[in-house]
Design a protein around this ligand. Sequence first.
Ligand code: FES
Length: 348
Amino acid sequence: MSDKELDLPVPDPGLEEHPPRFTDVDPAAADRSYRQIVAMLAAVPVLVIAFLVVYFAVPRDAELILFGSTFKMQTTLLGLTAGFATLLIGIAAIAWARSLMSDEEIVGERHGAASPPEARERVLADLEIGIDASAIRRRKLLGTGMAGALGMMLLPAVVSLADLGPWPTAEERAKTIEKTIWAEGVRLVTDVTNVPLKATDLVVGQLVNAQPENLEHLEDSAEYQIAKAKASIIVVRMDPNSIKIPESRRDWQVDGILCYSKICTHVGCPISLWEQQTHHLLCPCHQSTFDLGNSGVVVFGPAARSLPQLPITTDAQGYLVARGDFTVPVGPSFFERDSLKDFQEGDR
Ligand code: FES
């Protein structure tokens, strides 16, 4: 149809003249480009192997001084190798498209949404033409190289999964998430200020944020943070006549002074919103509410189990000390939790 018949406001200028590229007119230039692309793709497996070597061989605490700044050597080298491998794949793909694939402009006429069978056949025929134009049939190494390079890039991703932590076997869990630094005789000290707590320091209705005294001996900051995250506690004093203390926990408290994990058993928020009158402790994240006057059981909200209670007593000087570690894991519930057989009333 002519422009006049189509009633176009501006005449269709048609396609511009197609300028040929060097690689279209000079087979030597096309071969050169082909070799460059293959060389870039061939460098990717080398970089991936370098990534794996760095991952396993370079110590995590080794440092690298560059331009006067200090960097972690392993992280820097992992970034450089994985980054260059990705960059080379990108550059190779662009070079392939710009120099070897066909760049002939084509006009596609609009048509209805549903393609008639002839159109589908035409698409398949065009696809064949496109595959031919991409040079992938004649220069098979390109396709293999690109597929191989992309495949190799999966390796760093898979190997890096090891950084999610050790495999959580029962033994590993017993050493890590099911254990805190609380132990028999460790004093309870105030959070941040590290002042040892005496039973006589607390009045009925009071709540104190606390932590184990041995926390301050940890020098490595990561170890300190992990230990603190698991061992943080709240200490509350309630009138012993107004609370329910199961027989099995009778000697876990000192004159109504009870100690619980500060970490919500839902998804681990720290809690200390304390309602003196009801003895309820409210988690600000999703409103789980625990009854500290009844073994820390859940009275409202999404938490699935009670707040773990730390058994305490006093030492010869009257300071509050732990009787041992928590008897159940602190923090959010996790599916292996039931592997612990020693639940007591109020632990769930
Ligand atoms: S983390 Fe406490 S209720 Fe969700």
